[in-house]
Design a protein around this ligand. Structure first.
Ligand SMILES: [Zn+2]
Length: 342
């Protein structure tokens, strides 16, 4: 279990995101195979050098970016090539690699397992749920890969963020071994902190994934962000601010911006308007615009409270009571200003 699994991907590569804006379009038009010998077809391919393909133990890779960011907002594409092997025919990868392509991996979702180490391994490798990576809590230097990054793992479930749904299709999932929470007599959820060793491991792993796939800050999220009515993980002890400050991972608000929104909010009687349907609607609209999937009911319903709680786990972890107070409201507005929907 602890042996390094074979990873279909490049651990080191020459990365290039330079847009290939000057690439000449091919003038090649398909002709009859009889009148057009194969060598003639090859001479009509674009003059730009073809991306290099390397072969490592029978697996082929593009070693540099072959996508063009100006085409359909594509970002980058390199790494392993999975091909058909039709009987009696030859699939050729080097003639016409398309520049209109990008990575399927557009989100990074973080979880806790709510289980100890050994049980986490068993559940995530032998049952109906999984993740691409599992970060243990044993203090060693190993990170377990459970699923190839090119494949879907079953970690997100019913989920949404901004205009995207079913994020298993487009994400990499990292599970972190952590006990989760217990509820006290009042129902308040009591969570368990993460060790420094684990946070460092998660940060190094996340940084590597985000860099290789150019995952934007707005798409580095908690499971609770993408499924706020169902999930709490990785909870309020996960140090999102530390990851942002020390590793430039994910989103965080600018303090001055938050303060100006806070001054504005507290210059009026914030609690007086708390139950004003217009205010509730503006909160719901702002949460939805920022990314959370919730209904615009105009009421402090259960879904809205849980969504506010999820927001607080991530961005105001000192108090996660699910109430939209002036500070939470200020942080939400500061984040919306900094990370607008494009
Ligand atoms: Zn989860």
């Amino acid at each position: 279990m602890r042996k390094t699994l074979y990873i279909i991907g490049l651990s080191a590569f020459v990365f290039s995101c330079t847009p290939q804006q000057n690439a000449k379009k091919s003038s090649y038009k398909p002709k009859s195979p009889v009148s057009q010998p194969k060598t003639a077809i090859k001479t009509q391919t674009p003059e730009k050098p073809k991306p290099q393909i390397t072969n490592d133990h029978g697996v082929e890779f593009f070693t540099t970016n072959i996508a063009d960011a100006t085409k359909n907002d594509n970002t980058a594409s390199y790494g392993s090539i999975v091909s058909a092997k039709p009987a009696g025919y030859k699939v050729v990868k080097t003639y016409f690699p398309a520049i209109a392509q990008n990575f399927r991996q557009r989100y990074l979702i973080l979880h806790y397992t709510a289980l100890p180490d050994e049980k986490s391994i068993t559940v995530l490798s032998q049952q109906a749920v999984s993740a691409h990576y599992l970060v243990n809590n044993t203090g060693d230097n190993e990170i377990y890969q459970l699923v190839d990054e090119n494949k879907r793992s079953y970690h997100a479930g019913v989920s949404s963020w901004r205009n995207d749904k079913n994020l298993n299709d487009t994400s990499i999932g990292i599970e972190i071994v952590n006990a989760g929470y217990t509820a006290d007599a009042t129902g308040k959820k009591l969570f368990v902190p993460f060790s420094d060793d684990q946070v460092k491991k998660v940060a190094a792993l996340a940084k590597d994934i985000i860099t290789r796939y150019q995952i934007p800050a707005t798409n580095v999220l908690a499971h609770s962000d993408i499924a706020p009515t169902r999930k709490q993980d990785p909870g309020p002890f996960f140090p999102w601010k530390k990851l942002y400050d020390q590793y430039q991972i994910g989103m965080w608000y600018d303090e001055a911006s938050k303060q100006s929104y806070y001054d504005l909010a507290t210059s009026t009687d914030f609690t007086a308007k708390y139950n004003d349907p217009a205010f509730i609607s503006s909160v719901q609209t702002q949460l939805q615009k920022f990314g959370y999937g919730l209904d615009l009911s105009g009421k402090w319903d259960d879904g809205t409270k849980k969504t506010i709680e999820a927001f607080q786990y991530h961005f105001r972890p000192q108090n996660y009571d699910g109430i939209m107070d002036a500070e939470t409201w200020s942080i939400l507005q500061a984040l919306s200003l900094k990370y607008p929907v494009k």
